[in-house]
Ligand binder design. Structure first.
Ligand code: NAD
Length: 253
């Protein structure tokens, strides 16, 4: 697929990796539809896309709300007259141990609320946006691409029962959709980033971050632009479908 003039939806496009993807793709001539919860950040990304030489619109949408997602995708197709790519990027963390214990006493548990919040955004949000994007692409006859952002944590990571489960699920959906949607000419792909220098990672305690960086064979965090570059690769390579690209500085969990 050619990036120039393509219409790309990026969820969580207000900041971080989503913003970096929007700017990278805009610099290659893509038009952006940005979904997020934060209007101020969305407006900033729209301005940055314009600076990069392209156009963008934003849609205030919670990706885990079915009716809002359905309406947003209908609106995007009305506004742009096309839909070529969805990047399912919106995601949250609510880290914590499954069970905390000291001297044989259980002192804490991962709450159902923290489990559910991550499932709602990172798994249900990907399902809903993927479903609506596929439906619109089929109606439009668009040979589109759906790209899901997973994580190195999908292999299972301490303190991330909820997040790891959701990110593994995202890869399972990527493979399933490739099998189901190839007949319409729709491709899929996933990106599994390692630790990338965004607000989500900056929110970690400093000593945890130093330990993580020391454990990365390349001895640094990834840059958001490096994940955006990987997304562009999946878009541009017409024989790529149903697989995950790891971008992690050689870090394995
Ligand atoms: P971030 O927190 O900087 O940005 C996430 C964006 O998603 C925010 O703008 C937020 O408002 C938006 N968002 C959250 N919940 C939403 C909802 N319900 N509906 C719509 N928008 C919502 O995070 P980031 O670091 O840019 O991460 C982006 C994606 O990459 C996430 O899926 C994350 O799990 C994944 N990831 C990040 C890293 C990393 O190191 N940063 C590593 C692996 C995977």
């Amino acid at each position: 697929m050619q990036v120039k003039d393509s219409v790309v939806v990026v969820t969580g496009g207000g900041q971080g990796l989503g913003r970096a993807m929007a700017i990278e793709l805009a610099s290659q001539g893509a038009k952006l539809a940005l979904l997020d919860l934060n209007e101020e950040k969305l407006q900033e990304t729209v301005d940055l896309v314009k600076e990069a030489g392209s156009e963008a619109r934003y849609y205030l949408v919670n990706v885990s709300e079915e009716a809002a997602v359905e309406t947003a995708f209908e609106k995007i197709v009305q506004d742009f007259g096309a839909l070529d790519v969805l990047v399912n990027n919106a995601g949250i963390t609510r880290d914590g141990l499954l069970v905390k214990a000291k001297n044989g006493e259980v002192t804490g548990k991962m709450s159902l609320s923290n489990w559910q919040q991550v499932m709602d955004v990172n798994l249900t949000g990907v399902f809903l946006c993927g479903r609506e994007a596929a439906a619109q692409m089929i109606k439009l006859g668009s040979k589109g691409v759906i790209i899901n952002i997973s994580s190195i944590s999908r292999a299972g990571n301490m303190g991330q029962t909820n997040y790891a489960a959701a990110k593994a699920g995202v890869v399972a959906m990527t493979v399933t959709w490739a099998k189901e949607l190839s007949r319409y000419g729709i491709r899929t792909g996933a990106v599994a980033p390692g630790f990338i220098a965004t607000d989500m990672v900056a929110a970690m305690p400093e000593e945890v971050l130093a330990k993580i960086t020391a454990g990365v064979p390349l001895k640094r965090l990834g840059e958001p632009g490096e994940i955006a570059h990987t997304v562009r690769y999946i878009m541009e390579n017409d024989y790529f479908s149903g697989s995950v690209v790891e971008c992690n500085g050689a870090l394995r969990i």
